[in-house]
Design a protein around this ligand. Structure first.
Ligand SMILES: [Zn+2]
Length: 475
């Protein structure tokens, strides 16, 4: 029997707010343990949570960026369970009336065929405290750090629309770009500011049943999400083929063993409306004002780059992944650099140079006007490509213009036929065998002679002009 996978994702995004969700403590989970705390986020009895306005705005912007519909009314529930990282016995989350419903992300498969992967809803919730399991001498101890308690989270819950690991990976990458673009989170799986859980089940291909699912957690890179889903599909298919039933439970991805391992039976505690945090009511004016603050979304930006600059959709998608990179590219284009040349130099020269120097595009010490100056000299044949690459390196180390740097390094290309002709004559006299080969129709020998003239000019000759001179003299 042929099976297909049914996959849904639950993605936690930690909002980059200055404070926690319900108090004014700094939202800095990595600080020295337990310094960012107050009675509210230590969850003492009687403390009154007050919803952070900034968290609501950042959460709502994220929802709008993902195409969600902000609900006129949303509210917090108490998700009841007891665990040492949640000593008050419940987590404030939005179970019944989420902030936003609907939305989705369009992903393309390898053949470019597009598919909309729908979002069921997006809700806000507070993070729990963090447990650290350590040794005190030979005694194992478990410590609790409340810096993370009450940190502002958003959870994106998708429909079970995914059929393959690649779709989940693509979805996460696009989601990350959108959330970064609206400025609500850095969304890094490596740093834990984005965490994804996958719900996976299988069914005979063509069926529309939803079978028992298994939840997989603990994936801290997009790659791991793909690997874990692929492994889990294979494990379930093998289990069903062996006549076993799939049981509802939670598994952890072990990146070392490249396998999912059983963790615990899935527990869903009750959810009851919280009587303290007021219902959130959003006016149409507030939503409209927020919507007007949305920047250009990555998909729209990619479409515009294709239309305005004639880029391939691949190049446009690459640029729109990083707002700074798109800004840099458009600044080069605005300076009059041909889009193709700008793209080529950005990807093959500037980005590797920045990586080496640990700089971001946005804070590059070679800003667009200086690189544009260099590329325009290259386009006008005033320098050749090899020299231009060296000039770029020099530009990283000085604060001069490209023109000044080219002159200083003496890289200005010799495009004066009179000056070059003398050098060509010398080379032709020195290499009679190569000259004979060219006359006998051997193209390779032309390349050799061009190289010799180049060398004689210390790399400054215009290769196109040398070739013209050679053809004229030997033709
Ligand atoms: Zn607090």
């Amino acid at each position: 029997m042929e099976f297909e996978a049914v996959i849904g994702l639950e993605i936690h995004v930690e909002l980059n707010c200055a404070t926690k969700l319900f108090c004014d403590c700094p939202n800095r989970p990595g600080d020295e343990p337990n310094i960012n705390t107050c009675p509210t986020c230590l969850w003492f009895p009687g403390a009154m949570p007050r919803l952070s306005r900034q968290a609501l705005e950042k959460a709502a912007l994220l929802c709008l960026g993902l195409g969600g519909e902000l609900q006129k009314e949303s509210a917090f529930d108490q998700k009841v369970y007891y665990y040492p990282d949640l000593p008050k016995g419940y987590q404030l989350s939005q179970a019944h009336l989420p902030l936003s419903r609907g939305g989705g992300i369009e992903v393309a498969d390898g053949q470019g065929k597009k598919r909309m992967l729908r979002i069921h809803h997006i809700h806000m919730e507070e993070d729990v405290a963090k447990l650290a399991h350590e040794m005190e001498g030979r005694t194992p101890v478990s410590l609790v750090d409340f810096n993370r308690a009450g940190a502002p989270l958003v959870e994106v819950v998708t429909e079970p629309d995914f059929r393959a690991p690649q779709e989940a990976m693509e979805f996460l990458k696009i989601l990350r770009n959108i959330v970064r673009c609206v400025g609500s989170s850095e969304c890094s799986m490596e740093n834990g500011t984005m965490r994804a859980d996958a719900n996976i089940s299988i069914r005979p291909k063509g069926s529309d049943r939803l079978n028992t699912k298994v939840e997989v957690k603990n994936m801290n890179s997009v790659r791991h999400v793909g690997d874990a889903i692929a492994y889990e599909i294979g494990r379930q298919v093998a289990a069903v083929a062996a006549g076993e039933a799939v049981v509802l439970h939670t598994r952890l991805w072990d990146p070392e063993k490249k396998a999912t391992l059983p963790m615990r039976a899935k527990f869903e505690g009750p959810c009851v409306p919280d009587p303290v945090v007021p219902v959130i009511r959003l006016s149409e004016e507030w939503v409209a004002a927020l919507r007007s603050r949305l920047p250009e979304m990555p998909a729209a930006k990619a479409g515009r780059l294709v239309k305005e600059h004639g880029l391939s959709s691949r190049d446009a998608a690459f640029l729109s992944e990083d707002a700074d990179m798109a800004v840099y590219f458009e600044a080069l284009a605005a300076e009059g650099v041909a889009p193709k040349m700008a793209m080529h130099w950005l990807t093959t020269q500037l980005l590797p140079a920045l990586k080496e120097r640990r700089q971001d595009v946005g804070e590059s010490s070679v800003q667009p006007p200086r690189l544009a100056g260099l590329l325009k000299m290259l386009a006008r044949d005033e320098i050749n490509a090899n020299a231009a690459r060296e000039v770029l390196v020099a530009l990283f180390g000085n604060d001069k213009t490209a023109e000044e740097t080219v002159n200083e390094l003496g890289f200005r290309q010799i495009s004066d036929a009179g000056a070059l002709e003398g050098m060509v004559d010398v080379v032709l006299r020195a290499h009679p065998a190569a000259v004979a080969d060219v006359r006998a129709g051997q193209g390779k020998a032309t390349g050799f002679l061009i190289g010799q003239v180049m060398q004689a000019s210390q790399g400054k000759a215009n290769p196109k002009l040398i070739k013209e001179l050679l053809i004229r003299k030997l033709g």
